[in-house]
Design a protein around this ligand. Structure first.
Ligand code: PMT
Length: 401
């Protein structure tokens, strides 16, 4: 379920260099199905043209408060009533102050006073301006009134300084907004899922990989989203599109997947490792295509990092679910992985059997945890993913609450 579909949204843009990101933000909000109307302050129009925002939003851009034509079409009060959510991004220090003191001397500030819709702001300003006690005080007062402050984040700034004050990236803002409307047992929880195969290059044209299609992992991502989670999907090369609302990170090799997972893991609540990660990779990758001069070719392989074991053995691991793909002794191998990798749960499936496991639409799962197990007989991967998520949630809430 995409929580932004058909949401009536006002995007307020104020005077900040980060306004150049607003066009991308509009595009991403619309991709999620939101109905976006842009309202700009006069200062914002110095950083990005209304024409650009009109083109990306597909709607007239609103700028002036006392505009006879605009008021005759959709007046400011009507616009304020229409909105189901207001996002001000970027929000300058000046506009934060305006909101705090309830000023209404332009269209955007008037709308903010007149609307009952929840308001979120994404501050963007010089780091010193952000740290100024009055700005911090303003933010606190706005938060006490129920406004959501999204970001800012730190990094190098347009003014040449480095520090906190950069606007969150458009995609991060989209995720924050999705959270506002999410419901379900995983609301506010972050779920990280790996899916698909990895590729380990032998030379520029050949690689070692496996038959994983990504179907099982993508179905689990969709099921986690439907339960209200904020979902990041670290995916190897597959031909599937991610479910709308899922943040996809594309990777190639086991090492890439390891690095992507480690980036997101500190803020992850539940980690589900569905990917068929290559266990071995060539010690050296030839820079030129290998020639078939010899009758035999030996590849020297080394182990790839074990992503699942690394996560499960962190000092404060998330609730960690592993998969086990086995051709025989399913329960024994699954139990051994559960214990040795110190997992919270393991989901075992038989592979090498027609119709289930790799590539197929269907699967059958045997789920084990310390002191319990459950069998989910053959069904579509989508149906199994929903059943599996319910079991994960039940265990997660028991173990982590
Ligand atoms: O993608 P599909 O076509 O839909 O197929 C689904 C699937 C069969 C790939 C899936 O259901 C599945 O079984 N995934 C795990 C495949 C696998 O690599 O199993 P394993 O038993 O070799 O690995 C055990 C666990 O360790 C897995 O959670 C794996 O993601 C993880 N692992 C393995 C190696 C490694 N270097 N790092 C890891 O994190």
């Amino acid at each position: 379920m995409n929580t932004l579909t058909h949401k009536k949204m006002i995007l307020g843009i104020t005077g900040s260099i980060a306004a150049y990101k607003s066009a991308d933000l509009v595009r991403r909000l619309r991709e999620q199905g939101a109905d976006v109307r842009v309202v700009m302050t006069a200062a914002a129009t110095k950083f990005i043209t209304p024409l650009t925002l009109q083109a990306v939003s597909g709607q007239r851009v609103h700028i002036h408060l006392l505009d006879v034509h605009a008021e005759a079409a959709m007046g400011h009060i009507e616009l304020a009533r229409w909105a189901e959510v207001v996002l001000i991004a970027p929000c300058s220090a000046d506009f934060l102050a305006k909101l705090t003191y309830g000023q209404a001397d332009d269209l955007l500030s008037t709308l903010c006073l007149a609307t009952t819709a929840p308001i979120s702001v994404a501050p963007a300003m010089n780091q010193q301006m952000w740290q100024a006690p009055i700005t911090q005080e303003n933010c606190q007062r706005l938060q006490q009134r129920g406004l959501k402050i999204l970001g800012p984040t730190s990094g190098s700034q347009a003014c040449g300084e480095t520090g906190i004050g950069r606007m969150l990236d458009p995609l991060e803002l989209v995720h924050c907004l999705q959270d506002l409307f999410q419901s379900g047992p995983l609301q506010g929880k972050k779920v990280l899922i790996t899916a698909g195969p990895t590729r380990e290059d032998i030379d520029p044209v050949r690689f070692i990989s496996n038959r994983s299609s990504g179907r099982m992992g993508y179905a689990i991502a969709e099921a986690a989203l439907a339960q209200g989670a904020q979902v990041t999907l670290v995916s190897g090369p597959v031909s599937l599109s991610p479910p709308s609302g899922v943040h996809k990170v594309s990777v190639y090799s086991a090492q890439d997947m390891y690095e992507a997972v480690m980036t997101y893991i500190p803020t992850t609540d539940i980690f589900i490792a569905v990917a068929a990660v290559a266990d071995y990779r060539p010690v050296q990758q030839a820079t030129q295509k290998l020639k078939k001069n010899e009758a035999h070719l030996q590849l020297n392989l080394e182990r790839t990092p074990d992503i699942l074991a690394t996560v499960a053995n962190l000092p404060t691991p998330p609730f960690t679910v592993g998969f086990a793909a086995e051709t025989h002794h399913l329960a024994d191998y699954a139990h051994s992985k559960l214990k040795h990798k110190k997992l919270d749960m393991i989901v075992a499936n038989l592979v090498g059997i027609e119709g289930i496991g790799f590539e197929s639409e269907d699967n059958a799962l045997s789920i084990f945890w310390n002191g319990g197990s459950i069998e989910l007989p053959r069904k579509s991967k989508k149906e199994l993913a929903n059943q599996l998520l319910e079991i994960i949630i039940e265990r997660f809430l028991r173990v982590c609450s």
